[in-house]
Design a protein around this ligand. Structure first.
Ligand SMILES: Cc1cc2nc3c(=O)[nH]c(=O)nc-3n(C[C@H](O)[C@H](O)[C@H](O)COP(=O)(O)OP(=O)(O)OC[C@H]3O[C@@H](n4cnc5c(N)ncnc54)[C@H](O)[C@@H]3O)c2cc1C
Length: 396
């Protein structure tokens, strides 16, 4: 496979770069402006940025044109992500759930009114979404979920608990999976709902992570009424839709672009880190070997990302190879962050806002946050099971 851009791809890369350079929030590139620390201010800042992306035609790039997207190919999407990461643009607020999961699911399985009502507001950032799948006793084994949905006339009455629900405290809507057939077991008898997070009967309790942030939540449903028309697909037949959503969660990824930038930053830090003997860390052969190892591993990651993208281009959906990509980037990510802490010593753990913090506390935050990468979107053990059975053909 030729990994160089075709002339069309090179032109697209230039277009992305130019637009971003001209439209990033004022002061962003100079490091004078950054995402606010206050959660509410951060959401407002990121919603403004999302609106700008939408108006510039850069939201929902891989969505079909009829739903406000650009219908670009998967390789072009990787190019976009590479450039976006290279310029360290602000986070896209509705990316990981709204744009990546809800949009493609509603486009494929939603009713016409659901498409009309929900899709554009995802791209504009007017409505933020969360994903209510995991429960205290149903994570990797999602089919064992127990949150009940009782069909009563034109409503489904939901009772139960979800957990680890990212953004629930900021979200307007939720994709929720509930058991509507009480006699059913496992993946049968489930329904896929679109739930207004402001409905009566919902209690959201943020969970504080070791980073100090409250990113995800426990969500309790106590007789919460959801209109029956908010079911995606058919009542009791939600599992296929869940599978569709999860395939997108493990699909394409341009983590290599972020890791490449981080390895570059570590090289720069190594050059500036003095050693007792008057040399710098960059002159230490063990440090050099580590950095080169990361650079080589990251090249493998990039090629795997492109291979995965071409599978998606050919077959329309991500294949089980997406699991290889997930394991590769999440484990490399953790190793890079562990090394960063070793390289910088205790200073790497000083948080944002402190004068001693390196890179404004970036590494302190990332060293802790990277632990989550081998858990969310399917744990590494589960990804290995998928590779074993579906790629290598080993028995269950
Ligand atoms: C940062 C973060 C954000 C998240 N956001 C969301 C969200 O927005 N919405 C949502 O619904 N969920 C979310 N999750 C939850 C996530 O999907 C689950 O944590 C994940 O699926 C694992 O489930 P669990 O935590 O219940 O662990 P378990 O499934 O109980 O697993 C515990 C351990 O057992 C291992 N294990 C389990 N089954 C097997 C098996 N068959 N073979 C081998 N090993 C196995 C696992 O790998 C793990 O090490 C988030 C998680 C994190 C960390």
């Amino acid at each position: 496979m030729d990994l160089r851009d075709t002339p069309e791809q090179a032109a697209f890369r230039r277009e992305v770069r130019t637009w971003l350079e001209r439209n990033l929030p004022e002061g962003w590139r100079e490091g004078k402006v950054r995402e606010p620390e206050d959660a509410a201010e951060r959401v407002a800042f990121l919603k403004r940025w999302q609106r700008k992306l939408f108006e510039g035609g850069w939201a929902g790039l891989n969505w079909p044109k009829e739903y406000g997207g650009r219908a670009i190919g998967t390789i072009e999407y990787l190019i976009w992500a590479e450039e976006y990461t290279r310029l360290e643009a602000p986070n896209m607020i509705n990316l990981s759930v709204g744009t990546a999961l809800v949009g493609p699911t509603v486009i494929a399985h939603g009713k016409p009114w659901q498409k009309e009502r929900f899709l554009q507001k995802i791209l504009t950032g007017e409505e933020i979404w969360c994903q209510g799948f995991s429960e205290p006793n149903a994570g990797s084994d999602l089919a064992s979920l127990r949150t009940r949905g009782e069909v009563r006339g034109d409503k489904i009455v939901v009772t139960g608990q979800k957990t680890w629900t990212s953004f629930a405290h900021q979200a307007d809507w939720c994709i929720l999976v509930v058991r509507t057939d009480p006699t059913s077991v496992r993946h049968k008898g489930l329904s896929f709902l679109l739930v207004d997070m402001r409905s009566p009967g919902i209690t959201i309790r943020p969970l504080v992570e070791m980073t100090g942030e409250a990113w995800f939540n426990e969500v309790f449903f106590d007789g919460c009424e959801v209109p029956l028309e908010n079911v995606v697909g058919t009542v009791d037949r939600g599992w296929d839709i869940v599978m569709h959503t999860l395939a997108h969660e493990r699909g394409s990824s341009a983590q290599h672009a972020r890791l490449a930038a981080e390895v570059e930053r570590l090289m720069e830090i190594a050059r500036k880190t003095p050693r007792a003997d008057g040399t710098t860390a960059a002159q230490d052969p063990l440090v050099r070997q580590k950095l080169m190892d990361f650079a080589a591993q990251n090249l493998i990651l990039r090629m795997t990302a492109y291979r995965n993208a071409s599978t998606i281009e050919k077959h329309g959906v991500p294949g089980p190879e997406g699991s290889t990509l997930k394991i590769l980037w999440s484990s490399l990510d953790q190793r890079v962050k562990e090394f960063a802490v070793d390289l910088m010593g205790p200073a790497a753990l000083v948080r944002r806002g402190d004068d001693l913090a390196i890179d404004d506390g970036y590494w302190a935050y990332e060293a802790l946050w990277s632990r989550a990468a081998t858990i969310y979107a399917g744990t590494s053990e589960v990804q290995r099971n998928i590779i074993a059975t579906r790629v290598l053909g080993l028995p269950r």
